[in-house]
Design a binder for this molecule. Sequence first.
Ligand code: COA
Length: 144
Amino acid sequence: MTNEQTEKELKDFHIVTRHLVMEKDLNYHGNLYGGTMLAWLDESSALYVMESIGYTNFVTAGMENVRFKSPARSGEAVVFYCRTAEIGRSSITVQTRAFVHDPLTDRKDEIINCSITFVCLKDGKPFAYFESEDYKSRRGRKLL
Ligand SMILES: CC(C)(COP(=O)(O)OP(=O)(O)OC[C@H]1O[C@@H](n2cnc3c(N)ncnc32)[C@H](O)[C@@H]1OP(=O)(O)O)[C@@H](O)C(=O)NCCC(=O)NCCS
């Protein structure tokens, strides 16, 4: 895919975080460790949800389409893009895409394109936050 096509596809996405891959993040073959990448995906997507919905008491319920397409290596920058894919009663699903970005050429190589679902809680149980007046009153405001 050309960079132009990628930029087009990312039009509705927000850059949430970036990470610089360091030696401590590598597996013994010299690539970014998959577990670290999963933690970064979870964190970026959760940050996106917090800022988008104005509610912070939620848990990660599931991740779909977790397939690592290309590796990242030491010294490379990984950029995380998120968009809201679906909103239910208590759940929100985020599409998160991560790329290795070369700042010198502006080339982006996709590492992953996955979906992560978070469930809002109240008193430890699923809470239909997206049907609440609080959420409805926030919806008009431009959050993320
Ligand atoms: C996620 C969790 C709150 C769901 O509780 P539950 O009582 O089974 O939930 P329900 O069946 O009533 O469903 C509530 C909502 O969660 C969604 N949901 C439940 N499990 C899901 C899953 N695995 N993937 C995606 N969505 C899920 C349902 O679709 C429903 O969405 P809606 O309200 O928008 O329609 C519960 O399983 C939990 O606490 N899991 C541990 C989460 C956690 O600790 N994550 C950190 C990593 S270990």
